[in-house]
Design a protein around this ligand. Structure first.
Ligand code: NAP
Length: 257
């Protein structure tokens, strides 16, 4: 039987290890038959990304630090050469200095603020622009990862909440720009999941406990659940959806108290 995303291609930014939400997305897209390209930001992670990519037949691995415009250019050139076009782009990257993910938000440094926004928010626009010529005319779909800290105050999330607000606004502006070119842009707002980046947020374990106690489903979500929603947003069943933020958080976002 033909798989839903057979013959389609996708670029996944943000796999660091097996726990990464990007890996959950990659598994789900690959299970549906999509051929994938992976990126790594630093040589430190190259080996681990290559090992994971080897689990998905036909995939390729490229360097792409989103703070380096030339590297982003080269990455998309390579993807164009290898795949000839692109159907999906999954943006699952974020960064803030550990010291900015605790204490008072008003202590955020200008440098830390700019860095968090460059990597976690502006990069979506930077990669979408490069993806446009590869995705146009193929009913392409771009998916990014956000968090409820974009719209509510979450202790210690601080500057990353502001960056996620910018990211979600970028989703709407990009969706408006790219819709006429046949490309959809959406975000998944995931509940907290223990990953490398998440461990940088002070008292992260307390967040997990609170969700398990108060979310309507009385549990936390998994990267597989995030991945399957990503597959939905990439695939034909979501063809009428763009500019949206879809919560995958066991319902936590509906609670007033
Ligand atoms: P993760 O596994 O640590 O992934 C974060 C990725 O961002 C890493 O691969 C990291 O690479 C990459 N990255 C950082 N700086 C980069 C740069 N300059 N250029 C390119 N890539 C860079 O953590 P994750 O939790 O899966 O995070 C993925 C996304 O999900 C993020 O946007 C995060 O905010 C979002 N999210 C996470 C949760 C959660 O609770 N885990 C909840 C909601 C949303 P390096 O390690 O090489 O820097």
């Amino acid at each position: 039987m033909t798989k839903l995303l057979e013959g389609k291609t996708g670029l996944i930014l943000g796999v660091a290890n097996k726990r990464s939400l990007a890996w959950g997305c990659a598994r789900s897209l690959a299970d549906a038959g999509m051929r994938l390209a992976f990126t790594y930001a630093t040589e430190r992670l190259e080996k681990s990304v290559r090992q994971l990519a080897a689990e998905i037949p036909g995939s390729i691995v490229l360097p792409c630090d989103v703070t380096q415009p030339d590297e982003i250019d080269r990455c998309f050139e390579e993807v164009g050469k290898e795949f000839g076009g692109l159907d999906a782009l999954v943006h699952a990257i974020a960064f803030a200095k550990r010291e900015e993910l605790q204490g008072n938000f008003f202590d955020t440094s200008k440098e830390g603020y700019m860095l968090a926004h460059e990597v976690s928010a502006y990069s979506l626009t930077a990669v979408a622009r490069r993806a446009l010529p590869l995705m146009e005319g193929r009913e392409g779909s771009i998916v990014t990862l956000s968090y409820i800290g974009a719209e509510r105050v979450v202790p210690n999330y601080n500057v990353m909440g502001i960056a996620k607000a910018a990211l979600e606004a970028s989703v709407r502006y990009l969706a408006a720009d790219l819709g006429p070119r046949g490309i959809r842009v959406n975000a998944v707002s995931a509940g907290p999941i223990r990953t490398l980046s998440a461990s940088g947020v002070k008292d992260f374990s307390d967040m997990l406990d609170r969700i398990a106690e108060h979310a309507p489903m009385r549990r936390n979500v998994t990267s597989e659940e995030v991945g399957d929603t990503c597959q939905f947003l990439v695939g034909p069943h979501s063809r009428g959806i763009t500019g949206s933020v879809l919560f995958v958080d066991a319902g936590f976002h509906i609670m007033g108290i």
